[in-house]
Design a protein around this ligand. Structure first.
Ligand SMILES: C[S@@+](CC[C@H](N)C(=O)[O-])C[C@H]1O[C@@H](n2cnc3c(N)ncnc32)[C@H](O)[C@@H]1O
Length: 244
């Protein structure tokens, strides 16, 4: 069901880099069967992320990570917060495979994965579905003519605002100065978001329990430092359900 939709989407990044070895494929398949979220149909206009988990899990809250790469952060959060359900969205198959293997090896139960483009899902979740949203090191698309491909846009900021309750947090990080400016500008032009004072005064110290991902290690090797941007939703204006 998922594979059908993989090729015909308006997604600009890499989906697959190399073939998986048999053992990796087996681990991937085991996690896929248990923890992958199926592709929505046209009729799936409202999908409660809590429905991805079992009622026995008695979750306090659900958090969302968009573009989790190889899964280092979502896995760390899942281990630190067993009472939280974590929904991860990532279309890059080899990244998903790394995450799937770690999920299996660490016997993690509180992650669910949508293995495709976040844009297919985020308008389908009801308003205020997630108390935290993470978007770390989104693709920078450095050429001006490609800026429209950046994940953070006026429209996507509004979509993410809708997904948060009042007091919910949007956590961003980047190693690209121009993208940091872009993110701050686009998020703060939405009156529902406030840049936390703590983060404004110190945006170079990673948050507590931070894990350095494969991507960030590369940035460090190449001499780029990172900034961490947290925005709290302070107003519930416009946070109503929208039609997909
Ligand atoms: C530069 S990587 C960073 C990965 C990870 N967040 C980290 O910090 O290591 C950006 C990731 O965003 C994913 N991505 C890009 N567009 C996306 C979209 N529309 N929906 C979900 N993920 C997306 C890419 O596949 C890629 O894995």
């Amino acid at each position: 069901m998922l594979k059908k939709t993989l090729e015909d989407l308006h997604f600009y990044g890499r989906r697959r880099s190399r073939r998986m070895h048999n053992h990796r494929q087996t681990q991937f398949d085991a996690v896929a069967e248990r923890f992958f979220i199926p592709a929505p149909t046209e009729n799936d206009t409202s999908i409660d992320p809590r429905s991805f988990f079992t009622t026995e899990q008695k979750l306090d809250d659900v958090w969302l990570e968009i573009g989790f790469g190889h899964g280092e952060h979502i896995i760390n959060q899942a281990q630190l917060n067993p009472q939280i359900g974590l929904v991860g969205i990532e279309p890059f198959i080899n990244g998903i495979a790394s995450a799937a293997i770690a999920i299996q090896e660490k016997s993690i139960e509180n992650i669910r994965i949508y293995p495709d483009d976040a844009m297919q899902m985020i308008n389908r979740f009801p308003a205020a579905s997630f108390s935290r949203i993470f978007l770390f090191f989104p693709d920078p698309w450095p050429k001006v003519r490609h800026h429209k491909r950046r994940f953070i846009q006026t429209e996507t900021v509004a979509m993410l605002a809708r997904l948060l309750p009042e007091g919910g947090t949007l956590h961003l990080a980047t190693d690209i100065p121009d993208l940091a400016d872009w993110m701050i500008m686009h998020v703060l032009e939405n009156p529902q978001f406030t840049w936390t004072a703590e983060r404004q005064s110190d945006w170079t110290t990673p948050p507590q329990n931070w894990v350095t991902t494969k991507y960030q290690h590369k940035a460090i090797r190449e001499g780029r430092s990172s900034v961490y941007l947290d925005f709290v939703k302070t107003s519930a204006a416009d946070a109503k359900d929208i039609t997909v």
